[in-house]
Design a protein around this ligand. Structure first.
Ligand SMILES: [Zn+2]
Length: 429
């Protein structure tokens, strides 16, 4: 029998110390940063000598090296626990796709550390030594996502490999400079579970088993933190992507797409690994317009009436508007289908119109005027977009063109309105 199995990872003294340390950490996180505390409760915390410091696994197990953890100060422990669960909150493994794990780890570390440092610096710990030296950090992360930072890091390591990375580097020279200065010594996102572990703190709340359950957990933590008035604004912005879409809408939409694909054979869809997602519907990938592939245009009605509060209950204490819901739907569909979309927003005029890659953030929408759908179709014609289908998210009240355009139009209608042509998906409001 090998010695590693017989020898316990923790001494009795370490066990007691870690137990106390984690109780204190949780107490303080609950008090100051309940969002992170609530998510940590859904994770099992284990000790292991297989990691140099701390990490998190695919199954949301937080792993800490006992000697290292007991060697850092209390405020650093707060920071590191929030950091690790941050990877889970930002769905590291779900978003990794075919990216380089280590580099995506670095990218997300920059993002998490940026958000957390903001939180800590605007809390009662602002003057405390919470920062762990040599952690990846730049104050210039701003609104960028892990995917953006990844593109920059990729371009940095493989010059010329990412045109998006090179563009971002030009747009964010200060961040680019910071990225050049630093590399990470080790990864804290663990692809494989450590071989030998000892549980220090089992999960107190149910551990989410899939993406949907995890999203729900994040949403609940968010709502609860918000009710306590302890939801940092920067973090909140990042979490908007977790807004739950209306499920039946999505089903209908997907079936419309699938029907369209079968009927006209115009959507060249392919199936990815069935393990990638829980839902089979999520596996449909509609390729972008490159090389004669198919094109989707999404038009969001940004007229004044779309800013009315809707009755959709997603557990949020804030009233949601039709606009919020429309954005959640577009966000969900394009992320879930890895869809490159041409997004335009329109009230009486088209305001913004541009191609958005699946990994890019949606731009903020402008509007507030009256409604006419005519400019949408005029714009599509003028820009020579030749889309395969157009999705319009609207309450339906507005001027319609006299004749249907020569491509499929799917109206996502918030309310009862019946448009004169096209397919209708109705969202209960
Ligand atoms: Zn990390």
């Amino acid at each position: 029998m090998s010695e590693t199995i017989l020898k316990p990872i923790l001494t009795q003294q370490q066990k007691t110390q870690l137990d106390f340390a984690l109780q204190a950490v949780m107490l303080h996180l609950y008090n100051q940063f309940p969002f992170w505390a609530l998510l940590i409760e859904r994770c099992t915390i284990v000790a292991s000598l297989d990691v140099p410091r701390a990490g998190i696994t695919k199954n949301n197990t937080i792993v800490i090296n006992p000697e290292w953890f007991l060697g850092i100060n209390f405020y650093q422990r707060l920071f590191v626990m929030a950091h690790e669960v941050g990877h889970a909150a930002f769905k590291f493994f779900d978003r990794l796709q075919n990216r380089d794990l280590r580099l995506f780890n670095e990218a997300q570390d920059y993002l998490i550390n940026y958000l957390l440092r903001n939180d800590f610096e605007s809390s009662k710990y602002s003057k405390k030594p919470f920062w762990i030296p040599d952690s990846l950090y730049s104050p210039y992360v701003g609104d960028l996502t892990s995917e953006d930072i990844y593109e920059m890091l990729w371009q940095l390591r493989n010059p010329g490999a990412s045109s998006r990375g090179s563009r971002l580097a030009k747009e964010h020279p200060d961040l680019w400079n910071d990225l050049k200065q630093q590399t990470q010594q080790f990864s804290d996102v663990l692809k494989e579970d450590p071989k030998t572990t000892e549980t220090i703190r089992p999960n107190r709340a149910q551990t989410p088993k899939n993406n949907k359950e995890w999203d729900e957990a994040v949403n609940r933590a968010y709502v609860s933190a918000k009710q306590q008035g302890r939801m940092p604004a920067a973090l909140e912005r990042f979490l908007e992507q977790f807004c739950e879409p209306r499920v039946h809408w999505t089903k209908q939409f997907t079936s419309s797409l699938t029907t369209a694909a079968t009927r006209d054979d115009f959507i060249d869809y392919s199936w990815l690994s069935p393990n990638r997602r829980q839902s089979v519907l999520g596996n449909i990938v509609i390729p972008g317009p490159v090389g004669g592939k198919k094109k989707a245009v999404f038009a969001v009605d940004t007229s004044g009436s779309m800013y009315a509060a809707c009755q959709i209950d997603n557990g949020s204490p804030e009233p949601r508007t039709y606009m919020d819901q429309a954005i959640s739907e577009v966000e969900y569909i394009r992320k879930d289908h890895n869809l490159r979309v041409y997004l335009l927003n329109c009230d009486a005029d088209v305001h913004r119109a541009e191609w958005i890659e699946p990994y890019e953030d949606l731009p903020s929408l402008i509007g507030g005027g009256g409604t006419s759908f005519v400019p949408i179709f005029e714009h599509i014609e003028k820009e020579n977009l030749n889309p395969d289908f157009v999705v319009v998210l609207t309450d339906g009240y507005g001027d319609y063109p006299p004749d249907p355009p020569p491509y499929d139009v799917i109206w996502v209608i918030f309310g009862e309105y019946q448009p004169p042509f096209g397919e209708v998906i109705r969202v209960d409001t």
